[in-house]
Design a protein. Structure first.
Length: 72
C-alpha cells in the first residue's frame, strides 16, 4: 500500500541533489525568489504594512527551503 515509487520530493540521494544543483529551472526559481525577496524588503522599509511582512516571511521560508534542499 505504501510502496516507495522512485525518488520523491524529499529524496536526499546524491543523484537527486546533483539534479537539483544543475537544474536551470530550480536555480532560476530560487534567483527569482531572491529578487522578489529584496523587492519586498525595500517595500517593507518604505511602506510598512502587514501584507508586505507576510509576503516577505513566505518568500524567506521558500528561499531557505530551496537552499536547504540543495545542501542536504
Amino acid at each position: 500500500m505504501f510502496k516507495k515509487k522512485g525518488h520523491g520530493f524529499f529524496c536526499c540521494c546524491e543523484a537527486c541533489k546533483f539534479r537539483r544543483r544543475s537544474s536551470l529551472w530550480y536555480m532560476g526559481a530560487l534567483l527569482a525568489c531572491l529578487v522578489i525577496l529584496f523587492y519586498q524588503a525595500i517595500l517593507l522599509i518604505l511602506f510598512t504594512t502587514k501584507i508586505n511582512a507576510i509576503i516577505l516571511l513566505c518568500l524567506l521560508i521558500c528561499l531557505i527551503v530551496g537552499f536547504v534542499r540543495i545542501l542536504f
